[in-house]
Design a protein around this ligand. Structure first.
Ligand code: FAD
Length: 638
């Protein structure tokens, strides 16, 4: 029998980014025993890379800000497809979560009078992003880790063991969720260094595994973003929603090729940087879409005045939501007005002093200096769209973060609904804090409510171990041996070229055919060597997840015959209000299969509560809703 290391916890959190750590803290503070498992080193989660800041309507930079304004901005950014209850909870609770971080030891940048400073970002009416220079995510993770250490010290004082109630399992990848009668019973995985198997028996699992960006060639995401949580949930019986919505951040590096896709923070534009094409034109003024007409400056003079006097001027269209800016850059390049390396120019050098740039954007200064030999205080950057964030994810109950599978919870980028069709910058870090906490609470309440706990079946453990070891077996059924790296490259190219920023039905159909072929070839994937640190083997296992999420994106993208947020169909270029209320739900056809096929069904969202609905002008709602949906609106019936 395969040797498996065993542990038992009340709650297992998979993922040690912002969402995972906040869930851990909450569940542990409720008195439960908690394990946090992460496939990278502890402290190296993707959240660390977050630069610009964390959106919360504290009103420090402009007293007119408040949760209602943040809620409205988030719904507009998501083109009214957001789960409105999540958007409401997020807007209401984000300020408290930011302040709470300071009680853990975080220190955000300050205004002159000592309050938390807030910066401008795309789609936010007021300066709203609490930040620590351009290293905000690092501060989030640092302070939550510090909080975890302090909780462990309390445990030492009480139990003589730092890890009595909270233990970190770093560099440990989960490959299967185990269930009994449909409810979560545990999670199975392997230590990356030794390859040895490990089993966590637990009635509650919180997925906080982040995104899916590694399914695309050009991405700002790190190696971890292979959609593991999305795939684990799907295979355990949960649904994914909104998978057609993938955010292409408008400003990734385009040169040199080795760093293509690395993010250039929106903070550059928030702090005054502007986009120009090869003719020197500030082209964004030509790309304000109808739904945002009247809300953005129409001249360069007004846009520039807005930075100093936001109450009497409209904001620059350089700060339109990301989907709009990414599409505009794409068009400029396609029409021949791009920069030498296939992007456009982002100019901060001519807008502020060299000292100011280095003070406000230290990481950007070093990033360009070291990676591209460009001095951003003296010359413009070249930037272009890069796959950045997935709006789609595990469908959860907004208040408890529970999925459709009893005992399975999700928070952060791997969950879906909060951001609708497009996320506003800064709304992820606040999402992690708000819903990470709620997931920890939800899991704790669930565990407390159980009379008995599901148990892990030994058969399921043996099946999980066999599936994990399959890449070491010679291919069967006459299949050719396949190299995981080759398959990964083909999958990334397929998604990047055919289901990328602009899509058409024939392209997506071709992508689905190619993904089908990759599915067949994955059965023959074979790796050499043994289980001790073997990156080829790790990739072979991750590939299954990448394929599942890619199929979700492609199938949902084919089905949605309109353009909205992070989903642009060249053959259906307009936003269609008949689609606004429709969620496309991905589920697995055969949960036992390592790579099940994906089925997509449509369902309607719950209508928005009246008090929230009344926060919007009828004239704005008319841009998104159908006449039927607005028939009972008080202004129409009056
Ligand atoms: P992560 O922080 O990625 O954590 C995922 C965790 O899951 C990791 O610990 C990983 O090891 C673990 N994991 C994954 N799979 C497994 C598995 N199978 N087994 C075990 N562990 C697993 N958002 C903002 O709001 N503001 C910003 O300024 C901002 N800047 C950004 C800059 C960059 C360069 C990037 C890439 C993103 C930025 N974002 C920003 C987005 C934001 O950082 C992410 O959406 C967010 O950090 C995701 O957090 P998370 O907790 O969901 O996942």
């Amino acid at each position: 029998m395969t040797e498996v290391e065993r542990h038992s916890y009340d709650v297992v959190v998979i993922g040690a980014g912002g969402a995972g750590l906040r869930a851990v803290i909450e569940a542990r503070q409720r008195g439960l025993s908690v394990a946090v498992v992460c496939k990278s080193l502890f402290g190296k989660a993707h959240t660390v890379m977050a630069e610009g800041g964390c959106a919360a309507s504290m009103g420090n930079a402009n007293p007119n800000d408040g949760w209602q304004v943040h809620f409205r901005d988030t719904m507009r950014g998501g083109k009214f497809l957001n789960n409105w209850r999540m958007a409401e909870l997020h807007a209401r609770e984000a300020p408290e979560r930011v302040w709470e971080l300071e009680t853990y030891g975080a220190l955000f940048d300050r205004t002159a009078d000592g309050r938390i400073s807030q910066r401008n970002f795309g789609g936010h009416t007021y300066p709203r992003l609490a930040h620590v220079g351009d290293r905000t995510g690092l501060e989030l993770i640092r302070t939550m880790q510090q909080k975890i250490v302090s909780l462990q010290q309390q445990d030492y004082a009480a139990h003589g063991d730092y890890e009595a109630k909270l233990k970190v399992f770093g560099e440990c990848t989960i490959t299967e969720l185990l269930t009994q009668d449909g409810a979560v019973a545990g999670a199975f995985g392997y230590w990356r260094e030794s390859g040895r198997f490990v089993l966590f028996e637990s009635p509650a699992v919180v997925l906080a595994t982040g995104g899916i960006g590694k399914s695309f060639t050009v991405t700002s995401n790190s190696w971890e973003y292979t959609g593991d949580g999305h795939a684990l949930a799907l295979r355990a019986g949960a649904d994914l929603i909104n998978m057609e919505f993938v955010q292409f951040h408008p400003t990734g590096m385009v040169w040199p090729p080795s760093v293509k896709g690395i993010l250039v923070t929106e903070g550059v534009r928030g702090d005054g940087g502007v986009l120009r094409n090869s003719e020197g034109e500030r082209f964004m003024f030509r790309y304000v879409p109808d739904v945002f007409k009247g809300q953005y400056a129409e001249t360069e003079e007004e846009a520039d005045r807005w930075y100093e006097d936001p109450d009497n001027n409209r904001r620059t269209p350089d700060l339109l939501p990301r989907d709009e800016v990414a599409r505009a850059i794409n068009t400029e390049v396609k029409e021949g007005r791009g920069s030498p390396h296939g992007g456009v120019f982002l100019d901060i050098a001519s807008r502020m002093s060299s000292e100011e740039i280095r003070r406000r954007l230290p990481s950007m200064y070093h990033q360009f200096r070291e990676l591209a030999d460009v001095d951003i205080t003296a010359e413009p950057m070249e930037v272009g769209p890069t796959c950045h964030y997935v709006m789609g994810g595990i469908e959860v109950d907004p208040d408890t973060a529970s999925s459709g599978v009893p005992g399975l919870f999700a928070a952060g980028e791997c969950s879906g609904g909060m951001h609708g069709s497009n996320r506003l910058g800064g709304n992820s870090l606040s999402d992690l804090l708000v819903f990470g906490r709620r997931a920890g609470l939800g899991a704790a309440d669930y565990v407390d409510s159980l009379d008995s706990r599901p148990s892990v079946s030994e058969v399921d453990v043996a099946v999980a171990a066999r599936a994990a070891l399959a890449p070491f077996d010679p291919p069967r059924d006459g299949l050719r041996a396949e190299n995981p790296y080759t398959l990964q490259t083909e999958l990334q190219q397929c998604m990047n070229e055919l289901v990328g920023i602009i899509r058409t039905a024939p392209e997506i159909e071709t992508a689905l055919e190619r993904l089908d072929a990759i599915r067949e070839r994955i059965r023959g994937v074979a790796v050499e060597g043994h289980r001790q640190y073997n990156p080829g083997w790790h990739l072979a296992l991750d590939l299954r997840n990448m394929l599942i999420v890619s199929e979700c994106v492609a199938r949902a993208a084919l089905r949605r015959t309109e353009s909205r947020g992070g989903h642009t169909r060249d053959d259906h270029p307009r936003l269609d209000s008949r689609w606004r209320n429709t969620l496309l739900v991905c589920s697995a056809d055969d949960r036992e299969a390592p790579v099940p096929r994906v089925e997509v069904t449509a369902k309607e969202q719950v209508p928005m509560r009246d008090d929230l609905f009344s926060l919007f002008e009828l004239t704005e709602l008319e841009k998104y809703y159908t006449d039927d949906e607005l028939a009972d609106h008080p202004e129409r019936t009056a």
